[in-house]
Design a protein around this ligand. Sequence first.
Ligand code: PEP
Ligand code: MN
Length: 289
Amino acid sequence: MNDAGRVADSGNPFRLAGSDGNPGRSIIDVHGVLFGGPEAAIIGGPCGVESKDQVFAVARYIAEAGTRLFRAGAFKPRTSPYSFQGLGSEGLALLDAVRREFDLGIVTEATDMESFSDVERTADLVQIGARNMQNFPLLRRAGHSEKPILLKRGQGATLEEWLLAAEYILSEGNPRVILCERGVRTWSNHARNTFDVSVIPAAKALSHLPIIADPSHATGRRDLVIPCALAGVAAGADGLLVETHCQPSSALSDGAQALLPNEFLILVNHARKIKNDLQSISANLGLCF
Ligand code: PEP
Ligand code: MN
């Protein structure tokens, strides 16, 4: 029997993340953007911090789109040790500069215990990436943070395992956890991962936590990002995390999935419209979008 099974046998496995006993939906405010509210909460930015020019150029159109949250990794968890690993603390300093210059909230990843405190100082929302979804010491550390946590789904995690990972953070005292579906590994090989759109309403049925979709890592392909993003919002996602870059072909990581500036703007407008339309559908059907 796995860990989830053992806990499930002793009663409600999702004591804090579950809807049972925790009525109502959580709304989490990040830099004035509400996750779990009536509007789509959108996070945009490049995969990694590469240079001041690069982050400033992207931050400019993120702000012009009326979106208020900028993402970029300073510490990058890469599959290969030979790939770009991020600028580290120099990257965090550039993210601080983005906040000062554009008044954008910062979303950036903590990859290990050593860098967690530095990352949480800079971040308005600390990301725990897919590869670390079951790094239990890191989850417990996130549970002691004053900052909200964006918990990505592990590459092969079930919904139950994902919610139990959230439970590690919640049970240490941090109530602000946002889930992020970023695709899982399947037999399909036309895309980087398989975007699991059905997990969005399934998570909302089980848990009060906000959930957003990351169509960038879910697909790995620019041409699939907008369709999957819109599908995610239509399925009830509370928002999106989307990678975008001014010159994707020269990006140091994940260029193939980065939207161009104009594509990002188009996506933001359509995602907002779909989210608005869902409000009336959800009222008519009694569904929780
Ligand atoms: C990222 O957001 O750049 C990232 C590495 O995401 P994931 O953990 O989903 O692969
Ligand atoms: Mn990336």
